[in-house]
Design a protein around this ligand. Structure first.
Ligand code: IMP
Ligand code: MG
Length: 203
């Protein structure tokens, strides 16, 4: 189910072929790593896999980790062939830097009790895994029936804490990526694809 994406899959942008231009970011991205259609095909696959592990009569409670997973969860829920319910949680681990601090803060908590519910954590990306590991411990104290994790992206070489993530869309290189919910200083979340930020943008 997990597709391995390498640097060789990155399609470099050029002044004449720069998909960032259509979204107001000309010259800022160095490459497209995962095109929009590839993301959507994978999301359909992940949604089918998660749905197959659930009964129709007990809809999974999707916990979207804001803000990065917001694009993913909306496409994911709409691609699922079974009903789901939606909750949001916001945590902060990065500030505006490009590497994980491991310090997690709850910025917004769930609106309801998850006791006895099957929850599915919907994550944009597992980088060091520190955020996820912290979140798992935190949610486990609230007595859900089960916790599954679906992550669109994972950087296997950066992972410091291994968690049992059943559903992973793409394993990607450790480069800093933006788009499809992922930001650099709050920019680029609105891109429909995952790209590599030009080095001149964060030096
Ligand atoms: P982790 O705790 O290192 O696994 O990463 C936590 C969060 O950092 C993710 O949920 C993302 O919001 C953010 N993050 C990690 N890697 C990237 C990246 O390459 N681009 C943008 N945000 C990232
Ligand atoms: Mg961020």
């Amino acid at each position: 189910m997990t597709t391995h994406v390498t640097s060789a899959d990155a399609v470099p942008t050029t002044p004449t072929l720069d998909p960032g231009t259509d979204h107001g970011y000309p010259g800022e991205l160095s490459a497209v790593l995962i095109p929009a259609a590839t993301l959507q095909a994978k999301i359909a696959e992940l949604a089918a896999a998660v749905a197959a592990d659930h009964d129709l009569d007990t809809p999974p409670l999707l916990i979207c980790v804001l803000k990065g997973a917001v694009m993913f969860v909306t496409d994911f829920a709409r691609a699922m062939p079974i009903p789901s319910e939606l909750e949001f949680m916001a945590v902060s681990s990065y500030g505006s830097a490009t590497s994980s601090s491991g310090v997690v803060r709850i910025l917004k908590d769930l609106d309801r009790d998850i006791t006895g519910r099957r929850v599915v954590i919907v994550e944009d990306i597992i980088d060091s895994g520190l955020t996820l590991s912290w979140l798992l411990k935190n949610l486990a104290t609230r007595s859900p029936a089960a916790i599954d994790i679906v992550a669109l992206l994972r950087k296997p070489e950066a992972v410091k804490v291994e968690e049992d993530v059943r559903y992973v869309g793409f394993d990607i290189p450790t480069d800093f990526v933006v788009g499809y919910g992922l930001d650099y200083n709050e920019r680029y979340r609105d891109l429909p694809f995952v790209g590599l930020l030009g080095e001149h943008m964060y030096r």
